[in-house]
Design a protein around this ligand. Sequence first.
Ligand code: ADP
Ligand code: ZN
Length: 526
Amino acid sequence: MNTGNLESASTLEQLKKLFGFDTFRDHQQELVEGILSGRDAFGVMPTGGGKSLCYQLPASILPGTAVIVSPLIALMKDQVDSARSNGIKAAFLNSTLAPAEVQAIEKDYIDGNLDLLYLAPERLSLSNTVSLLRKNQQGAPSFIAIDEAHCISEWGHDFRPDYLFTSRLKELFPQSPLTAFTATATEQVAEDIEKRLQLVNPVKIRASFDRKNLFYEVLAKREAPTQIVEFIRERPQQSGIIYRTSRKSVEETANMLVANGINAAPYHAGLAAEKRSTTQDAFIRDDITVMVATVAFGMGVDKADVRFVIHGDLPKNIESYYQETGRAGRDGEPSHCLLLYSAGDLGKLRFFIEAMPDEAEQGRARQLLASMDAFASVPSCRKISLLNYFDETCEVENCGSCDYCAGSFETVDATRDAQIVLSAIMRTGSRFGGIHICDIVCGANTAKIRQFEHNKLKTYGVGKDKPKTHWRSVIDALVAGKKLALSPDKFPVPQINDAATEILFGRDSFQIAIDKRVVPEKAQHR
Ligand code: ADP
Ligand code: ZN
Protein backbone atom coordinates (compact mmCIF):
# COMPACT_ATOMS: atom_id res chain seq x y z
CA MET A 1 0.00 0.00 0.00
CA ASN A 2 2.97 2.28 0.57
CA THR A 3 3.54 3.98 -2.73
CA GLY A 4 5.86 6.80 -1.70
CA ASN A 5 5.61 9.98 -3.77
CA LEU A 6 2.66 8.78 -5.71
CA GLU A 7 0.83 8.54 -2.44
CA SER A 8 1.71 12.11 -1.40
CA ALA A 9 0.43 13.42 -4.67
CA SER A 10 -2.74 11.47 -4.32
CA THR A 11 -3.39 12.46 -0.69
CA LEU A 12 -3.19 16.11 -1.70
CA GLU A 13 -5.51 15.45 -4.61
CA GLN A 14 -7.90 13.64 -2.34
CA LEU A 15 -7.73 16.49 0.17
CA LYS A 16 -8.75 18.88 -2.56
CA LYS A 17 -11.37 16.59 -4.02
CA LEU A 18 -13.07 15.58 -0.78
CA PHE A 19 -12.61 18.59 1.48
CA GLY A 20 -11.88 21.37 -0.97
CA PHE A 21 -8.67 22.33 0.91
CA ASP A 22 -5.47 23.16 -0.96
CA THR A 23 -2.99 22.34 1.77
CA PHE A 24 -2.70 20.26 4.87
CA ARG A 25 -2.49 21.93 8.22
CA ASP A 26 0.55 21.22 10.41
CA HIS A 27 1.02 17.49 11.00
CA GLN A 28 -2.08 16.32 9.14
CA GLN A 29 -0.19 14.91 6.19
CA GLU A 30 2.19 12.93 8.34
CA LEU A 31 -0.69 11.33 10.23
CA VAL A 32 -2.73 10.65 7.11
CA GLU A 33 0.20 9.07 5.30
CA GLY A 34 1.18 7.08 8.36
CA ILE A 35 -2.29 5.58 8.50
CA LEU A 36 -2.29 4.94 4.75
CA SER A 37 0.97 3.03 5.06
CA GLY A 38 -0.64 0.72 7.61
CA ARG A 39 1.03 2.07 10.73
CA ASP A 40 -0.48 2.79 14.10
CA ALA A 41 -0.73 6.52 14.75
CA PHE A 42 -1.11 8.88 17.67
CA GLY A 43 -2.00 12.54 17.20
CA VAL A 44 -2.05 15.05 20.05
CA MET A 45 -3.38 18.29 18.64
CA PRO A 46 -5.24 21.17 20.29
CA THR A 47 -8.91 21.74 19.64
CA GLY A 48 -9.45 23.13 16.18
CA GLY A 49 -6.20 21.59 14.95
CA GLY A 50 -8.03 19.50 12.37
CA LYS A 51 -8.04 15.99 13.81
CA SER A 52 -11.19 14.67 12.09
CA LEU A 53 -9.62 15.04 8.69
CA CYS A 54 -6.71 12.83 9.79
CA TYR A 55 -9.01 9.83 9.95
CA GLN A 56 -11.72 10.85 7.50
CA LEU A 57 -9.32 11.20 4.60
CA PRO A 58 -7.60 7.81 4.95
CA ALA A 59 -10.97 6.19 5.65
CA SER A 60 -12.21 7.26 2.25
CA ILE A 61 -8.99 6.35 0.43
CA LEU A 62 -8.43 2.89 1.92
CA PRO A 63 -10.51 -0.07 0.80
CA GLY A 64 -12.85 -1.39 3.49
CA THR A 65 -14.36 0.46 6.42
CA ALA A 66 -12.63 2.48 9.13
CA VAL A 67 -14.16 2.36 12.61
CA ILE A 68 -14.09 5.50 14.76
CA VAL A 69 -14.78 5.28 18.49
CA SER A 70 -16.09 8.60 19.79
CA PRO A 71 -17.75 9.55 23.09
CA LEU A 72 -19.57 12.53 21.63
CA ILE A 73 -22.89 10.84 20.94
CA ALA A 74 -24.67 14.17 20.61
CA LEU A 75 -22.27 15.19 17.86
CA MET A 76 -22.12 11.96 15.89
CA LYS A 77 -24.97 12.90 13.65
CA ASP A 78 -23.31 16.22 12.80
CA GLN A 79 -19.99 14.51 12.19
CA VAL A 80 -21.60 11.97 9.91
CA ASP A 81 -23.59 14.61 8.06
CA SER A 82 -20.48 16.67 7.50
CA ALA A 83 -18.50 13.64 6.31
CA ARG A 84 -21.33 12.72 3.94
CA SER A 85 -21.45 16.25 2.55
CA ASN A 86 -17.81 15.67 1.59
CA GLY A 87 -18.80 12.54 -0.27
CA ILE A 88 -17.55 10.13 2.40
CA LYS A 89 -19.84 7.16 3.01
CA ALA A 90 -20.30 7.47 6.76
CA ALA A 91 -22.75 6.20 9.37
CA PHE A 92 -22.95 5.88 13.14
CA LEU A 93 -24.17 3.37 15.68
CA ASN A 94 -25.23 4.60 19.10
CA SER A 95 -28.10 4.45 21.57
CA THR A 96 -30.13 7.17 19.83
CA LEU A 97 -31.02 4.92 16.88
CA ALA A 98 -34.16 2.83 16.48
CA PRO A 99 -33.65 -0.94 16.02
CA ALA A 100 -34.58 -0.74 12.33
CA GLU A 101 -31.98 1.98 11.73
CA VAL A 102 -29.36 -0.09 13.53
CA GLN A 103 -30.17 -3.05 11.32
CA ALA A 104 -29.89 -1.02 8.14
CA ILE A 105 -26.51 0.40 9.14
CA GLU A 106 -25.23 -3.02 10.20
CA LYS A 107 -26.22 -4.34 6.80
CA ASP A 108 -24.44 -1.50 5.03
CA TYR A 109 -21.34 -2.26 7.08
CA ILE A 110 -21.44 -5.99 6.34
CA ASP A 111 -21.99 -5.34 2.63
CA GLY A 112 -18.93 -3.13 2.57
CA ASN A 113 -20.88 0.01 1.66
CA LEU A 114 -19.27 2.28 4.24
CA ASP A 115 -15.98 4.17 4.34
CA LEU A 116 -16.45 5.16 7.95
CA LEU A 117 -18.46 3.85 10.89
CA TYR A 118 -18.69 5.92 14.09
CA LEU A 119 -19.26 3.87 17.23
CA ALA A 120 -20.16 4.97 20.73
CA PRO A 121 -17.83 3.40 23.31
CA GLU A 122 -20.64 1.67 25.22
CA ARG A 123 -21.60 -0.06 21.99
CA LEU A 124 -18.11 -1.36 21.42
CA SER A 125 -18.02 -3.51 24.53
CA LEU A 126 -21.11 -5.47 23.45
CA SER A 127 -20.04 -8.88 22.18
CA ASN A 128 -22.24 -8.68 19.10
CA THR A 129 -20.50 -5.46 18.07
CA VAL A 130 -17.13 -7.18 17.99
CA SER A 131 -18.57 -9.98 15.88
CA LEU A 132 -20.32 -7.45 13.65
CA LEU A 133 -17.01 -5.68 13.02
CA ARG A 134 -15.60 -9.02 11.82
CA LYS A 135 -18.35 -9.60 9.27
CA ASN A 136 -17.42 -6.91 6.77
CA GLN A 137 -17.11 -8.56 3.34
CA GLN A 138 -14.03 -6.50 2.68
CA GLY A 139 -12.24 -7.87 5.73
CA ALA A 140 -11.15 -6.38 9.05
CA PRO A 141 -11.62 -2.64 9.63
CA SER A 142 -9.19 -0.70 7.42
CA PHE A 143 -8.08 0.93 10.68
CA ILE A 144 -9.62 1.80 14.03
CA ALA A 145 -9.46 5.35 15.36
CA ILE A 146 -10.02 6.30 19.00
CA ASP A 147 -11.20 9.90 19.15
CA GLU A 148 -10.90 11.84 22.43
CA ALA A 149 -8.44 9.15 23.47
CA HIS A 150 -7.70 10.82 26.84
CA CYS A 151 -11.02 9.33 28.01
CA ILE A 152 -9.11 6.07 28.50
CA SER A 153 -6.79 7.60 31.09
CA GLU A 154 -7.64 8.11 34.72
CA TRP A 155 -5.05 10.88 34.65
CA GLY A 156 -7.07 12.78 32.07
CA HIS A 157 -9.80 15.22 32.95
CA ASP A 158 -12.57 13.19 31.40
CA PHE A 159 -12.00 9.53 32.24
CA ARG A 160 -14.76 7.19 31.01
CA PRO A 161 -14.86 3.58 32.18
CA ASP A 162 -16.52 2.67 28.86
CA TYR A 163 -13.27 3.55 27.18
CA LEU A 164 -11.31 0.83 28.95
CA PHE A 165 -12.58 -1.66 26.41
CA THR A 166 -10.57 0.08 23.71
CA SER A 167 -7.45 -1.42 25.29
CA ARG A 168 -8.56 -4.82 23.93
CA LEU A 169 -8.84 -3.67 20.33
CA LYS A 170 -5.23 -4.45 19.51
CA GLU A 171 -5.73 -8.12 20.42
CA LEU A 172 -9.18 -8.38 18.90
CA PHE A 173 -8.21 -6.79 15.58
CA PRO A 174 -4.48 -7.38 15.14
CA GLN A 175 -4.71 -6.78 11.38
CA SER A 176 -6.24 -3.30 11.75
CA PRO A 177 -3.90 -0.38 12.44
CA LEU A 178 -4.93 1.39 15.63
CA THR A 179 -4.88 5.17 15.84
CA ALA A 180 -5.61 7.61 18.66
CA PHE A 181 -6.41 11.31 18.73
CA THR A 182 -6.75 13.75 21.59
CA ALA A 183 -6.57 17.44 22.31
CA THR A 184 -5.48 16.85 25.86
CA ALA A 185 -2.29 15.35 26.84
CA THR A 186 0.28 15.96 29.38
CA GLU A 187 3.17 13.60 28.80
CA GLN A 188 1.69 11.44 31.54
CA VAL A 189 -1.70 11.09 29.85
CA ALA A 190 -0.03 10.52 26.48
CA GLU A 191 2.09 7.68 27.85
CA ASP A 192 -0.94 6.18 29.53
CA ILE A 193 -2.93 6.24 26.27
CA GLU A 194 -0.12 4.69 24.28
CA LYS A 195 0.40 1.93 26.81
CA ARG A 196 -3.24 1.11 27.32
CA LEU A 197 -4.01 0.94 23.61
CA GLN A 198 -0.83 -1.09 23.05
CA LEU A 199 0.08 1.03 20.04
CA VAL A 200 2.91 -0.55 18.04
CA ASN A 201 5.59 1.84 16.81
CA PRO A 202 3.02 4.54 16.03
CA VAL A 203 3.56 7.64 13.93
CA LYS A 204 3.52 10.15 16.77
CA ILE A 205 2.57 13.77 16.43
CA ARG A 206 2.41 16.34 19.16
CA ALA A 207 1.34 19.76 17.96
CA SER A 208 2.10 22.88 19.95
CA PHE A 209 -0.47 23.88 22.56
CA ASP A 210 0.43 27.52 22.23
CA ARG A 211 -2.72 29.42 21.31
CA LYS A 212 -1.07 32.62 20.22
CA ASN A 213 -4.21 34.75 19.95
CA LEU A 214 -5.38 34.09 23.52
CA PHE A 215 -4.58 36.50 26.35
CA TYR A 216 -4.56 34.92 29.81
CA GLU A 217 -5.46 36.98 32.86
CA VAL A 218 -5.94 35.95 36.48
CA LEU A 219 -7.55 38.42 38.82
CA ALA A 220 -8.12 38.19 42.56
CA LYS A 221 -11.81 37.42 43.03
CA ARG A 222 -13.60 39.96 45.19
CA GLU A 223 -17.15 40.50 44.04
CA ALA A 224 -17.39 38.10 41.13
CA PRO A 225 -20.69 39.49 39.73
CA THR A 226 -19.42 43.09 39.74
CA GLN A 227 -16.10 42.09 38.24
CA ILE A 228 -17.86 40.15 35.49
CA VAL A 229 -20.22 43.01 34.64
CA GLU A 230 -17.33 45.46 34.49
CA PHE A 231 -15.36 43.16 32.22
CA ILE A 232 -18.29 42.70 29.83
CA ARG A 233 -19.19 46.39 29.80
CA GLU A 234 -15.76 47.07 28.36
CA ARG A 235 -16.55 44.67 25.53
CA PRO A 236 -19.97 45.53 24.20
CA GLN A 237 -21.48 43.10 21.68
CA GLN A 238 -18.64 40.63 22.09
CA SER A 239 -19.61 37.02 22.25
CA GLY A 240 -18.39 35.20 25.35
CA ILE A 241 -18.77 32.29 27.74
CA ILE A 242 -18.77 32.53 31.52
CA TYR A 243 -18.12 29.31 33.41
CA ARG A 244 -19.43 28.91 36.95
CA THR A 245 -19.28 25.81 39.10
CA SER A 246 -22.83 25.45 40.35
CA ARG A 247 -26.18 25.63 38.63
CA LYS A 248 -27.24 28.15 41.24
CA SER A 249 -24.37 30.52 40.51
CA VAL A 250 -24.99 30.09 36.77
CA GLU A 251 -28.60 31.19 37.24
CA GLU A 252 -27.65 34.05 39.53
CA THR A 253 -24.91 35.36 37.28
CA ALA A 254 -27.15 35.18 34.21
CA ASN A 255 -29.95 37.04 36.03
CA MET A 256 -27.55 39.69 37.20
CA LEU A 257 -26.16 40.22 33.71
CA VAL A 258 -29.65 40.49 32.24
CA ALA A 259 -30.58 42.99 34.98
CA ASN A 260 -27.57 45.00 33.80
CA GLY A 261 -28.81 45.06 30.24
CA ILE A 262 -26.51 42.34 28.95
CA ASN A 263 -27.93 39.79 26.53
CA ALA A 264 -27.08 36.66 28.52
CA ALA A 265 -28.63 33.25 29.13
CA PRO A 266 -27.94 30.34 31.50
CA TYR A 267 -26.96 26.83 30.43
CA HIS A 268 -26.57 23.81 32.72
CA ALA A 269 -27.50 20.14 32.89
CA GLY A 270 -30.52 20.92 35.06
CA LEU A 271 -32.34 22.57 32.14
CA ALA A 272 -34.54 20.51 29.83
CA ALA A 273 -32.69 19.11 26.82
CA GLU A 274 -34.81 21.16 24.45
CA LYS A 275 -34.15 24.39 26.32
CA ARG A 276 -30.43 23.63 26.27
CA SER A 277 -30.35 23.03 22.56
CA THR A 278 -32.35 26.18 21.72
CA THR A 279 -30.08 28.26 23.98
CA GLN A 280 -26.99 26.79 22.37
CA ASP A 281 -28.33 27.47 18.88
CA ALA A 282 -29.24 31.02 19.84
CA PHE A 283 -25.69 31.58 21.08
CA ILE A 284 -24.23 30.22 17.86
CA ARG A 285 -26.55 32.45 15.80
CA ASP A 286 -25.56 35.49 17.95
CA ASP A 287 -29.09 35.90 19.29
CA ILE A 288 -27.53 35.46 22.71
CA THR A 289 -24.27 37.31 23.31
CA VAL A 290 -23.07 35.84 26.58
CA MET A 291 -23.54 32.28 27.71
CA VAL A 292 -23.33 31.64 31.44
CA ALA A 293 -22.74 27.94 31.89
CA THR A 294 -21.45 25.04 33.89
CA VAL A 295 -18.84 22.84 32.27
CA ALA A 296 -21.74 20.93 30.69
CA PHE A 297 -21.51 23.55 27.95
CA GLY A 298 -18.97 23.63 25.21
CA MET A 299 -17.95 20.15 24.04
CA GLY A 300 -18.26 20.36 20.32
CA VAL A 301 -19.77 23.86 20.28
CA ASP A 302 -18.07 25.14 17.18
CA LYS A 303 -18.50 28.91 17.40
CA ALA A 304 -15.48 30.54 15.87
CA ASP A 305 -15.82 34.11 17.16
CA VAL A 306 -16.06 33.63 20.94
CA ARG A 307 -14.08 36.69 22.09
CA PHE A 308 -13.76 35.88 25.79
CA VAL A 309 -14.06 33.06 28.29
CA ILE A 310 -14.41 33.94 31.96
CA HIS A 311 -13.92 31.45 34.77
CA GLY A 312 -15.88 32.86 37.69
CA ASP A 313 -14.57 30.03 39.88
CA LEU A 314 -11.35 28.07 40.02
CA PRO A 315 -11.39 25.02 37.69
CA LYS A 316 -10.40 21.61 39.09
CA ASN A 317 -7.37 21.15 36.87
CA ILE A 318 -5.34 22.79 34.15
CA GLU A 319 -6.60 20.47 31.43
CA SER A 320 -10.21 21.55 31.95
CA TYR A 321 -9.11 25.17 32.13
CA TYR A 322 -7.16 24.81 28.89
CA GLN A 323 -10.05 23.10 27.08
CA GLU A 324 -12.56 25.68 28.29
CA THR A 325 -10.45 28.73 27.53
CA GLY A 326 -9.62 27.06 24.20
CA ARG A 327 -13.18 27.74 23.08
CA ALA A 328 -12.24 31.40 22.71
CA GLY A 329 -10.76 32.69 19.48
CA ARG A 330 -10.98 29.68 17.20
CA ASP A 331 -11.04 32.12 14.30
CA GLY A 332 -7.52 33.18 15.24
CA GLU A 333 -8.54 36.71 16.30
CA PRO A 334 -7.33 38.13 19.65
CA SER A 335 -9.46 36.84 22.54
CA HIS A 336 -9.36 37.14 26.30
CA CYS A 337 -9.41 34.48 29.03
CA LEU A 338 -10.13 35.80 32.52
CA LEU A 339 -9.92 33.68 35.64
CA LEU A 340 -11.18 34.99 38.96
CA TYR A 341 -9.12 33.42 41.69
CA SER A 342 -9.81 33.08 45.37
CA ALA A 343 -8.32 30.94 48.09
CA GLY A 344 -11.89 30.22 49.20
CA ASP A 345 -12.57 28.39 45.92
CA LEU A 346 -9.45 26.37 46.45
CA GLY A 347 -10.72 25.36 49.89
CA LYS A 348 -14.09 24.28 48.45
CA LEU A 349 -12.45 22.11 45.79
CA ARG A 350 -10.17 20.56 48.41
CA PHE A 351 -13.18 19.79 50.52
CA PHE A 352 -14.78 17.87 47.62
CA ILE A 353 -11.57 15.98 47.02
CA GLU A 354 -11.34 14.95 50.68
CA ALA A 355 -14.84 13.47 50.35
CA MET A 356 -13.86 11.23 47.42
CA PRO A 357 -14.25 7.54 48.25
CA ASP A 358 -11.41 6.23 46.09
CA GLU A 359 -8.01 7.00 47.52
CA ALA A 360 -6.06 6.72 44.27
CA GLU A 361 -8.52 9.00 42.53
CA GLN A 362 -8.28 11.39 45.44
CA GLY A 363 -4.50 11.51 45.17
CA ARG A 364 -4.66 12.29 41.47
CA ALA A 365 -7.30 14.98 41.98
CA ARG A 366 -5.18 16.58 44.70
CA GLN A 367 -2.12 16.70 42.46
CA LEU A 368 -4.06 18.14 39.49
CA LEU A 369 -5.63 20.81 41.70
CA ALA A 370 -2.24 21.78 43.11
CA SER A 371 -1.01 22.51 39.57
CA MET A 372 -4.13 24.55 38.82
CA ASP A 373 -3.64 26.51 42.01
CA ALA A 374 0.02 27.17 41.24
CA PHE A 375 -0.91 28.42 37.77
CA ALA A 376 -3.41 30.89 39.21
CA SER A 377 -1.70 32.00 42.40
CA VAL A 378 1.99 32.18 41.54
CA PRO A 379 2.80 35.45 39.79
CA SER A 380 4.73 34.38 36.73
CA CYS A 381 4.14 34.17 32.98
CA ARG A 382 0.85 32.27 32.50
CA LYS A 383 1.80 31.18 29.00
CA ILE A 384 5.02 29.59 30.21
CA SER A 385 3.22 27.83 33.08
CA LEU A 386 0.54 26.46 30.76
CA LEU A 387 2.97 25.23 28.15
CA ASN A 388 5.30 23.77 30.77
CA TYR A 389 2.35 21.91 32.18
CA PHE A 390 1.89 20.31 28.78
CA ASP A 391 5.61 19.49 28.79
CA GLU A 392 6.30 22.04 26.12
CA THR A 393 9.19 24.43 26.52
CA CYS A 394 8.60 28.08 25.89
CA GLU A 395 11.57 30.37 25.73
CA VAL A 396 10.37 33.94 25.69
CA GLU A 397 11.26 36.89 27.87
CA ASN A 398 7.80 38.35 27.51
CA CYS A 399 4.98 36.30 26.01
CA GLY A 400 2.99 39.44 25.30
CA SER A 401 -0.20 37.57 26.00
CA CYS A 402 -0.65 37.34 29.76
CA ASP A 403 -1.28 39.69 32.64
CA TYR A 404 2.11 39.00 34.18
CA CYS A 405 4.05 39.89 31.04
CA ALA A 406 1.77 42.88 30.49
CA GLY A 407 3.15 44.31 33.73
CA SER A 408 0.33 43.72 36.21
CA PHE A 409 2.80 42.88 38.92
CA GLU A 410 5.50 44.89 40.57
CA THR A 411 8.55 43.29 42.12
CA VAL A 412 9.34 44.58 45.60
CA ASP A 413 11.88 43.59 48.18
CA ALA A 414 10.28 41.39 50.83
CA THR A 415 13.34 40.13 52.65
CA ARG A 416 12.19 41.41 56.03
CA ASP A 417 8.68 39.99 55.63
CA ALA A 418 10.16 36.67 54.56
CA GLN A 419 12.37 36.69 57.65
CA ILE A 420 9.33 37.28 59.84
CA VAL A 421 7.37 34.26 58.56
CA LEU A 422 10.47 32.07 58.39
CA SER A 423 11.27 32.92 61.96
CA ALA A 424 7.71 32.03 63.04
CA ILE A 425 8.04 28.72 61.21
CA MET A 426 11.42 27.98 62.73
CA ARG A 427 10.39 28.90 66.27
CA THR A 428 7.37 26.59 66.04
CA GLY A 429 9.51 23.69 64.79
CA SER A 430 8.20 23.50 61.16
CA ARG A 431 5.13 21.67 62.45
CA PHE A 432 2.27 24.09 61.72
CA GLY A 433 0.28 24.98 58.62
CA GLY A 434 0.41 28.32 56.81
CA ILE A 435 -2.82 29.61 58.35
CA HIS A 436 -1.54 29.18 61.87
CA ILE A 437 1.78 30.82 60.96
CA CYS A 438 -0.11 33.84 59.58
CA ASP A 439 -2.17 33.93 62.80
CA ILE A 440 1.03 34.08 64.84
CA VAL A 441 2.53 36.83 62.69
CA CYS A 442 -0.68 38.87 62.80
CA GLY A 443 -1.08 38.37 66.53
CA ALA A 444 -4.45 36.59 66.31
CA ASN A 445 -6.06 35.34 69.48
CA THR A 446 -7.10 31.81 68.51
CA ALA A 447 -7.61 28.75 70.67
CA LYS A 448 -4.71 27.03 68.94
CA ILE A 449 -2.40 29.97 69.67
CA ARG A 450 -3.34 29.89 73.34
CA GLN A 451 -3.05 26.12 73.47
CA PHE A 452 0.53 26.14 72.19
CA GLU A 453 1.35 29.45 73.92
CA HIS A 454 2.42 30.87 70.61
CA ASN A 455 1.44 34.32 71.89
CA LYS A 456 4.68 34.16 73.86
CA LEU A 457 6.84 33.89 70.74
CA LYS A 458 9.05 36.81 69.75
CA THR A 459 7.41 36.96 66.34
CA TYR A 460 3.87 37.02 67.75
CA GLY A 461 2.05 40.03 66.31
CA VAL A 462 5.08 41.63 64.64
CA GLY A 463 3.23 41.70 61.30
CA LYS A 464 -0.10 43.00 62.47
CA ASP A 465 0.21 46.16 60.37
CA LYS A 466 -0.36 44.08 57.23
CA PRO A 467 -3.35 41.85 56.39
CA LYS A 468 -3.24 38.11 56.82
CA THR A 469 -3.59 37.71 53.04
CA HIS A 470 -0.25 39.48 52.64
CA TRP A 471 1.49 37.01 54.93
CA ARG A 472 -0.19 34.13 53.18
CA SER A 473 1.16 35.38 49.85
CA VAL A 474 4.65 35.70 51.32
CA ILE A 475 4.51 32.04 52.40
CA ASP A 476 3.14 31.00 48.99
CA ALA A 477 5.86 32.97 47.22
CA LEU A 478 8.56 31.38 49.39
CA VAL A 479 7.21 27.91 48.60
CA ALA A 480 6.89 28.71 44.89
CA GLY A 481 10.47 30.02 44.89
CA LYS A 482 11.63 26.86 46.74
CA LYS A 483 12.78 29.01 49.66
CA LEU A 484 10.60 26.89 51.91
CA ALA A 485 9.91 23.16 51.68
CA LEU A 486 6.55 21.50 52.17
CA SER A 487 6.25 18.36 54.26
CA PRO A 488 5.10 15.34 52.25
CA ASP A 489 1.91 15.01 54.35
CA LYS A 490 -1.70 14.95 53.27
CA PHE A 491 -1.94 18.50 54.63
CA PRO A 492 1.58 19.73 53.94
CA VAL A 493 3.18 22.16 56.38
CA PRO A 494 5.94 24.63 55.46
CA GLN A 495 9.38 23.60 56.62
CA ILE A 496 12.67 25.43 56.85
CA ASN A 497 15.22 24.32 54.23
CA ASP A 498 18.74 25.52 53.40
CA ALA A 499 17.50 28.34 51.17
CA ALA A 500 15.21 29.53 53.98
CA THR A 501 18.14 29.58 56.40
CA GLU A 502 20.09 31.83 54.01
CA ILE A 503 17.25 34.39 54.03
CA LEU A 504 16.68 34.06 57.74
CA PHE A 505 20.29 34.91 58.50
CA GLY A 506 20.41 37.77 56.03
CA ARG A 507 22.72 36.05 53.55
CA ASP A 508 20.11 36.11 50.78
CA SER A 509 17.39 38.56 49.83
CA PHE A 510 13.85 37.83 48.74
CA GLN A 511 11.55 39.59 46.27
CA ILE A 512 7.85 39.18 45.76
CA ALA A 513 5.55 40.25 42.97
CA ILE A 514 2.74 42.51 44.13
CA ASP A 515 -0.45 42.58 42.09
CA LYS A 516 -0.87 46.23 41.09
CA ARG A 517 -4.54 45.69 40.25
CA VAL A 518 -5.47 44.77 43.81
CA VAL A 519 -6.50 47.55 46.16
CA PRO A 520 -4.68 46.76 49.42
CA GLU A 521 -6.88 45.48 52.24
CA LYS A 522 -6.62 47.04 55.65
CA ALA A 523 -4.95 44.98 58.34
CA GLN A 524 -7.40 43.34 60.72
CA HIS A 525 -6.61 44.28 64.26
CA ARG A 526 -7.97 41.97 66.84
P1 ADP B 1 -10.44 19.19 15.93
O1 ADP B 1 -11.23 17.91 15.80
O2 ADP B 1 -8.96 18.96 15.99
O3 ADP B 1 -10.92 20.10 17.02
P2 ADP B 1 -11.63 19.75 13.42
O4 ADP B 1 -11.33 18.46 12.78
O5 ADP B 1 -13.03 19.98 13.90
O6 ADP B 1 -10.62 20.00 14.60
O7 ADP B 1 -11.20 20.92 12.44
C1 ADP B 1 -11.34 22.26 12.81
C2 ADP B 1 -11.69 23.10 11.60
O8 ADP B 1 -10.58 23.21 10.73
C3 ADP B 1 -12.82 22.51 10.76
O9 ADP B 1 -13.70 23.55 10.43
C4 ADP B 1 -12.11 21.94 9.54
O10 ADP B 1 -12.95 21.94 8.41
C5 ADP B 1 -10.94 22.89 9.38
N1 ADP B 1 -9.79 22.25 8.71
C6 ADP B 1 -9.26 21.05 9.02
N2 ADP B 1 -8.21 20.77 8.21
C7 ADP B 1 -8.09 21.81 7.35
C8 ADP B 1 -7.18 22.12 6.27
N3 ADP B 1 -6.20 21.30 5.91
N4 ADP B 1 -7.36 23.30 5.64
C9 ADP B 1 -8.34 24.14 6.01
N5 ADP B 1 -9.22 23.91 7.00
C10 ADP B 1 -9.10 22.77 7.68
ZN1 ZN C 1 3.46 35.87 29.78
